[in-house]
Design a protein around this ligand. Structure first.
Ligand SMILES: *Cc1c(COP(=O)(O)O)cnc(C)c1O
Length: 430
């Protein structure tokens, strides 16, 4: 592989090399990021990228599909098995596209849907007013209480008031297990479809160490494949194929959800699937079935708990005072720090994090009071609990040194020396 890019396009090659250096010499603590294995990266670079495969296995629009059918069927079968689903669509190009496809599969314009408010941990695609589909569907947003936990009383009253077609359980910044049973109870009262956006925790659910929404009566779920699942950038839309609501018209029964999802993705939203990505998803899902993946998943949760304990020892406040999953959210309210200052300061020592709102954040979204820190990426690089304590110490030292650039320069050197002990999985050499 060496030199293909360098000899033809030195500018791009140089940027890739610099990024390789940055990834190896810095630490990735952005909760949504991870490192793909060499096998996953290699599969993405395969000649499957050359093929048009509109349609689904056995039902394609163009010829020459004997190999793409094998690839996509393997991805589908592995996804179904890992997540205990009856159906899997593996073609959505990313999480946002997958959510849009699901909404359009089960809702008509104007229908109501309940999702978690962005500033309380929900995702942009859960109805934020800046998205196009917030204009198409009637998003109502539930929030968390001041203790950081979901306010199920508010959720129930919104559900009874708006009679939503869909109740969405899912988050991008919420450090606790979701109580899927409580969502299910409320959805049953108002005949809503239960949809979980497990993008952040997909890897842990696949490993069987966090709760699976399908064990609590959920009808469908979506996970991105590139976060805790460690695959390429893509998404799985998973669903159950059972009829559970005899009161509704046949076309509105749960039975039709899988078909509706497939049709919503193609031809509803997309054209040709990215078969090289789907192959890489299949490889990542095979990796997710191994004991090594289970070890990584368990270690990630241990590391996140260790990080939470260390930060509490250093005197920081955390949203919900801890974590059940892979992320913690530091709450700087009442201090002279905020999420923006913390993110910028840590950037200077090559530790990547993301600013985050806290429940009822008094600050504007551009300068929120919280900082989200996640452990999946560094755990992939081999960090254990002891190493996590060093990470917490680097963070603390940096946050105490905000106004001392020379100290940050010294600290960055220490971070680099530490980070390079944990190499990034690599396949392409430019
Ligand atoms: C990351 C994420 C998405 C969007 O995924 P993209 O691949 O960035 O489009 C959707 N929902 C949740 C909860 C996420 O965390």
């Amino acid at each position: 592989m060496t030199n293909f890019i360098q000899s033809f396009d030195p500018e791009i090659s140089q940027a890739i090399k610099q990024e390789e250096y940055r990834q190896n010499h810095g630490m990735e603590l952005i909760a949504s990021e991870n490192y793909q294995s060499a096998a996953v990266l290699a599969t993405q670079s395969s000649i499957l990228a050359n093929k048009y495969s509109e349609g689904f296995p056995g039902k394609r629009y163009y010829g020459g599909q004997e190999n793409t059918d094998i690839v996509e069927q393997l991805a589908i079968d592995r996804a179904k098995q890992l997540f205990k689903a009856d159906h899997a669509n593996v073609q959505a190009l990313s999480g946002a596209a997958a959510n849009l496809a699901f909404y359009s599969a089960v809702m008509e314009p104007g229908d109501a849907i309940l999702g978690m408010d962005l500033s309380h941990g929900g995702h942009l695609t859960h109805g934020s007013p800046v998205t196009f589909f917030s204009k198409v569907f009637n998003f109502q947003r539930y929030k968390t209480l001041s203790n950081g936990k979901i306010d199920f009383n508010q959720l129930r009253s919104l559900a009874h008031e708006f009679k939503p077609k869909v109740i969405l359980a899912g988050f991008s910044a919420y450090p606790r297990e979701l109580e899927y049973d409580k969502f299910a109870e409320i959805a049953n009262e108002v005949w809503a479809i239960l949809y979980a956006d497990i993008s952040h925790v997909g890897g842990f659910i696949a490993a069987g160490i966090l709760k699976n929404p399908f064990d609590y009566g959920f009808h469908a779920a979506m996970t991105t494949t590139h976060k805790s699942l460690r695959g390429p950038r893509g998404a799985l839309i998973l669903s159950k194929g059972i009829v559970s609501n005899p009161l509704k018209k046949p076309e509105d029964t749960i039975e039709n959800i899988p078909t509706r999802i497939d049709r919503a993705v193609f031809p509803g939203m997309q054209g040709g699937p990215h078969m090289n990505t789907i192959a890489a998803i299949a490889v990542a899902l095979k990796e997710a079935q191994t004991p090594d993946f289970l070890d990584y998943a368990k270690q990630t949760l241990i590391n996140a708990k260790t990080l939470a304990e260390e930060m509490l020892k250093y005197g920081y406040k955390l949203v919900t005072w801890g974590t059940d999953n892979h992320m913690i959210i530091v709450d700087f309210s009442g201090t002279n720090l905020d999420g923006k200052i913390a993110e910028d300061t840590l950037d200077k020592i090559w530790i990547s994090t993301s600013k985050s709102t806290i429940p009822d954040d008094p600050n504007p979204p551009s300068r929120p009071s919280g900082l989200r820190i996640g452990m999946p990426a560094m755990t992939t690089r081999g960090i254990k609990a002891e190493g996590t304590k060093y990470i917490a110490s680097f963070i603390h030292q940096a946050l105490q040194t905000v106004d001392h650039p020379e100290k940050l320069v010294q600290l960055k050197k220490e971070v680099e020396a530490f980070a390079t002990q944990y190499p990034v999985p690599l396949f392409v050499i430019n």
